[in-house]
Design a protein around this ligand. Structure first.
Ligand SMILES: [Zn+2]
Ligand SMILES: [Zn+2]
Length: 332
């Protein structure tokens, strides 16, 4: 099969992914072999190819927003059935018995498997996944519009949970890329007012089209105090901007697996008053199930730009340069 493989992390200008012919993997016990229909491209993939996240192997195939069809199942797999369509996300497996898993916090498992990082992912024609971490997906939607739901969507949804968003709240979204442009649809479904702070005319324009109550950039303050905010940009100064927009008792959830540096800030004015700063780490299978059901119910439809497998480096470069309005998706 053809796959985009990372051997040596480096800047995207050095084209770190190479297109190669590699053997189709064999599903082991409790695993399935998927034929990849589409795979979303996430900012995390950029952190992996750049080496911001420490390499786990000499060679890895990235990609963790996989829509695929079950080609073959390994020993002991009853579900999902062959030929059915499933999604595979960043959380590729957990041990199930560490102290955090036992508390129901599988997103924080001490021994996690991360798709496209600790095991091979979906920038390929086929991939392997753990059967119990496959989410059933609808046949009635195109693979390319389903793919961005699997990380941008699910982790954006988890961010709203971590920020404790309640119906009717005033919520800030800092950054308006793949994840935020899906989160805004969930927020509107919940009757929330959404305040978007983002750079770039095209992202601001998309936020207006999708019904934001206010659009500015992170140097401007929203016109009202916010109940909560989610930051999507991997930039610490944006976290401070979000904190400064909160009412007392409000929460900022940081949806970024890697952040450059949070500047020093004034506790008395920014965190006092029971304001909270929280990070969003990974996702649970329950987040996946709940979000996919909600996305189908309200008909969330990502804006996408499609790339071929041999354009994987270009897709990542487009994310790095903030050129994608919506989400990038690879179709092998
Ligand atoms: Zn992701
Ligand atoms: Zn665990």
């Amino acid at each position: 099969m053809r796959a985009a493989v990372l051997h040596q992390p480096g800047p995207i200008s050095k084209q770190p992914l190479t297109l190669e012919d590699v053997p189709i993997p064999e599903p082991g016990p409790d695993q399935v072999l998927l034929k990849v229909e589409a795979c979303g491209v996430c900012r995390t993939d950029l952190h992996i190819t750049a080496g911001d996240l420490k390499p786990q192997h000499d060679a890895i195939i990235p990609g963790h927003q996989i829509v695929g069809r079950i080609e073959r199942t390994g020993k002991g797999v009853n579900h999902p059935k062959p030929k059915s369509r499933v999604g595979v996300s960043w959380m590729g497996g957990v041990d199930g018995d560490c102290p955090l898993c036992r508390r129901g916090l599988e997103n924080l498992c001490d021994n996690p498997i991360f798709t496209g990082y600790s095991v091979n992912g979906g920038y390929a024609e086929y991939t392997i996944a753990r059967a119990s971490f496959c989410t059933p997906l609808s046949e009635g939607r195109s693979a390319t519009t389903l793919a961005p739901l699997l990380c941008a969507g699910i982790i954006g949804f988890r961010s709203l949970r971590v920020a404790n968003v309640q119906p009717g709240d005033r919520v800030g979204l800092y950054g308006f890329g793949a994840s935020a442009h899906l989160a805004i649809e969930v927020l509107h479904h919940w009757g929330c007012e959404v305040y978007v702070a983002t750079r770039g005319e095209q992202h601001q324009q998309l936020a207006r089209e999708l019904g934001a109550a206010w659009v500015g950039d992170a140097t401007e303050k929203p016109p009202v105090p916010l109940d909560s905010a989610v930051t999507f940009a991997p930039v610490g100064s944006v976290v401070i901007a979000a904190l400064s927009a909160l009412r007392k008792g409000g929460i900022v959830a940081i949806n970024a697996i890697h952040l450059d540096h949070i500047p020093e800030f004034d506790y008395d004015s920014l965190l006092w008053g029971e304001r909270q700063l929280r990070s969003v780490a990974n996702m649970t299978r329950e987040d996946a199930k709940d979000f996919i059901a909600l996305a189908m119910e309200i008909g969330i439809s990502p804006r996408t730009r499609i790339f071929a497998l041999d354009q994987a480096n270009e897709a990542l470069a487009a994310i790095e340069h903030d050129e994608i309005n919506g989400a990038a998706v690879i179709v092998p």
